[in-house]
Write a protein that binds this ligand. Structure first.
Ligand code: GLY
Length: 364
């Protein structure tokens, strides 16, 4: 078992990582439940995992109830949030109780936000079942739903009490989703850990093909990086946590252009966005071309997008999507650029007209 702590004072919590952990989750939830029932909120895609979790709670003598929410980005809506909160109130959830979010990033974000507002805040535990949720969204307490005006515009920082990560659940994840989540793993190497990027180049294909040790190593290293960054800048005020958005500004524009309808997965957009951020850094004279080519070559090698292939939108249109990014402030959109692999930094002086010209010059 690997245990990684998120050092947030009285809101500190552990992240436990171990193959097969889901079947033993009851043992870890029992001390939190203290005899009260645990309410599991799961999406429709994870029914087999729900059965495993319920059995482990029964074995640990913890009563439980299960609530199902729809799978997919559409579940991060006011309507789903209202239905979920009403259901939780019907079940008699109390402030000291623990909700368990079992599923991917959508479920974690929705359940975490419900936990943050239900009875002015109750506790929750994350049991992420996708690689993306395991290495990114289940850690750090960003919770929320989407609004008509954009993704994740309604939400709260609300830290979980515990995160349980079972790499074995990835065995049943569709390969495309696994690959998309892997983009967020690569991202940690690109941010500030060039050795880890080298590890990804050597081991990424094996990880995607099912190598259990490679998966466990990549998850632990990614989570340790995220825990360190979140502990230092929980509310994204110093700019450190913003580094986790590498690839997200370009990626968000591609997702918005695709219509957030699943034709382009979030991780795929992040992959393309990382490659674009590196190439844009080369254009600005900040980064050696060979580093940008190395990033793109690794993404291509594992079957992830490395740029704008198939995208017909003009640079101006893509930049227009970026202007609606929630990170924009006072007309300035902070960009994550790189001085090299492992050398990501925040640049508040990017000229969006130049970004549009760069995108127009990119191969399609
Ligand atoms: N996914 C970016 C963050 O948690 O800050």
């Amino acid at each position: 078992m690997t245990t990684i702590g998120v050092a947030l004072g009285d809101r500190a919590y552990p992240i436990l990582i171990e193959p097969g952990l889901l079947a033993r989750a009851g043992d870890h939830l029992a001390p939190l439940a203290r005899g009260r029932p645990v309410v599991i909120v799961a999406d429709a895609n994870v029914r087999p995992h729900l059965a495993t979790l319920e059995a482990s709670l029964r074995a640990a003598g913890v009563p439980s109830a299960a609530v199902t929410v729809p799978a997919g980005e559409g579940a991060k809506s006011w309507a789903s949030l209202e239905r979920l909160c009403d259901r939780l109130l019907d079940l008699g959830v109390e402030r000291g109780d623990h909700l368990v979010a079992l599923g991917g990033g959508v479920t974690g974000d929705l359940v975490g936000f419900a936990a943050s507002i239900l009875k002015r805040g109750c506790s929750f535990v994350q049991i992420p079942t996708t690689l993306l949720a395991q290495v990114d969204s289940s850690v750090g307490g960003k919770t929320g739903i989407n609004a008509g005006a954009g993704k994740n515009l309604i939400g709260a920082f609300h830290q979980p009490r515990l995160v349980l990560i079972d790499p074995q659940v990835l065995d049943t994840l569709p390969p495309r989703e696994l690959r998309a989540g892997y983009a967020e793993v690569v991202k940690y190497g690109l941010i500030d850990d060039s050795d880890f990027f080298g590890w990804c180049e050597a081991n990424g294909p094996a990880l995607l093909a099912g190598d259990a040790d490679a998966r466990a190593h990549a998850i632990a290293r990614s989570v340790a990086a995220k825990a360190r960054i979140v502990a230092a800048d929980e509310h994204e005020t110093t700019g450190l946590r913003a580094l986790l958005n590498l690839g997200h500004t370009f990626g968000h524009a591609l997702e918005a252009e695709a219509g957030f309808d699943g034709t382009l997965l979030h991780g795929e957009a992040v992959a393309a966005g990382c490659a674009l951020a590196f190439r844009y850094s080369v254009r600005r004279g900040l980064c050696a071309a060979i580093d940008a080519e190395r990033v793109a070559a690794h993404l291509r090698a594992v079957g992830l997008p490395d740029g704008l292939a198939g995208v017909t939108a003009t640079g101006a249109r893509l930049v227009d999507h970026m202007r609606h990014d929630k990170k924009a402030s006072g007309g300035v959109l902070p960009f994550l650029l790189a001085r090299g692999i492992g050398g990501t930094f925040l640049d508040r002086g990017v000229d969006l007209g130049d970004v549009a010209a760069f995108l127009d010059a990119e191969p399609r």
